[in-house]
Design a binder for this molecule. Structure first.
Ligand SMILES: C[C@@]1(CC(=O)O)C2=NC(=C\c3[nH]c(c(CCC(=O)O)c3CC(=O)O)Cc3[nH]c(c(CC(=O)O)c3CCC(=O)O)/C=C3\N/C(=C\2)[C@@H](CCC(=O)O)[C@]3(C)CC(=O)O)/[C@H]1CCC(=O)O
Ligand SMILES: NC(=O)c1ccc[n+]([C@@H]2O[C@H](COP(=O)([O-])OP(=O)(O)OC[C@H]3O[C@@H](n4cnc5c(N)ncnc54)[C@H](O)[C@@H]3O)[C@@H](O)[C@H]2O)c1
Length: 213
């Protein structure tokens, strides 16, 4: 396998098919729902949590064995059964239809892997070991989790607001770059971490008040 190409997908409203309804399916469905995907699940047996999602109308449940026609309309496919042959058939069917497929028990049949993810508001950090060791990916996630605290979510919200304002107010590209640079390099993250919000306001005011066109 060569280098993997990392991308961030917008799954809002997109139909994702999950084949199999066990522990792995439950984890994949949880993260798909967090991203606003529509989930169709096909599996004779399902976990209690999956049943709950179906009862609440949060996912579509087809409680039977997989058929190739289940793939119709899918944007992404996850083969998570405990039957290697079924998973392999799903991968083949997806290959014929040029559909991206994740196969839980066989990295060589995956056209994409699911990474381990840290989220802090709009910041997301994804970690993959190219299928070599999901356990190491999870360990690195835990290490990074302590390094990137909740203040990053607040910082990004501020940066996003300021960015919109600066793009509207400051015509000169050089000046805009200088403002963005000074904010990113400032001590605002530390101030947020220590809840010194008055000083944060001060920093923001100083950062771009002199530049208005
Ligand atoms: C990151 C994460 C994302 C997610 O699934 O949400 C993820 N696996 C996670 C957890 C996890 N995985 C496994 C256990 C059980 C404990 C253990 O056995 O270690 C646990 C639970 C735990 O660790 O507690 C075992 C396992 N995983 C795969 C196989 C099959 C194989 O390798 O052949 C087997 C062996 C089965 C066996 O032994 O029979 C395959 C894949 N798992 C991947 C991703 C992809 C590669 C990612 C990369 O590039 O690194 C890939 C290739 C396909 C895919 O699923 O996308 C998530 C961590 C979330 C987090 O905690 O942050
Ligand atoms: N990728 C990962 O992150 C990861 C992690 C752990 C384990 N695994 C592997 O993934 C596989 C699934 O693990 P699990 O713990 O979720 O298994 P599980 O036993 O909890 O669930 C298997 C599910 O597959 C369903 N199923 C069986 N045949 C089917 C068919 N023909 N059509 C549709 N659904 C069918 C069953 O009804 C059941 O719901 C195993 O092979 C395991 O080794 C992968």
């Amino acid at each position: 396998m060569g280098n993997l190409y990392p991308i961030y997908l917008n799954l809002e409203g997109q139909l994702c098919l999950v084949v199999g309804g066990g522990k792995v399916a439950e984890r994949k469905i949880g993260s798909l729902l967090e991203c606003g995907a529509r989930v169709r699940l096909v599996s004779p047996q399902v976990t209690d949590q999956i049943k709950k999602w179906a009862d609440l109308g949060q996912i579509e449940l087809l409680q039977r064995e997989y058929r190739p026609s289940d793939l119709t309309g899918s944007f992404l496919v996850f083969a998570t059964t405990d039957n290697a042959e079924v998973n392999c058939q799903v991968a083949r069917d997806c290959g014929e239809r040029h559909l991206p497929v994740n196969v839980a028990d066989n990295p060589t049949h995956c056209s994409f892997f699911v990474p381990s993810v840290i989220r802090r508001g709009k910041l997301s950090i994804a970690i993959s070991t190219g299928g070599s060791s999901p356990k190491l990916a999870a360990k690195i996630r835990r290490q990074l989790e302590s390094q990137f605290g909740p203040e990053y979510a607040e910082f990004l919200d501020l940066l996003s607001d300021v960015r919109r304002q600066v793009l509207a107010d400051v015509e000169d590209i050089g000046q805009r770059q200088a403002i963005f640079y000074s904010l990113v390099e400032s001590d605002i993250l530390d101030l947020l971490k220590n809840k010194k919000y008055d000083q944060v306001k001060e920093r923001l005011k100083n950062a771009y008040s002199g530049y208005r066109s």
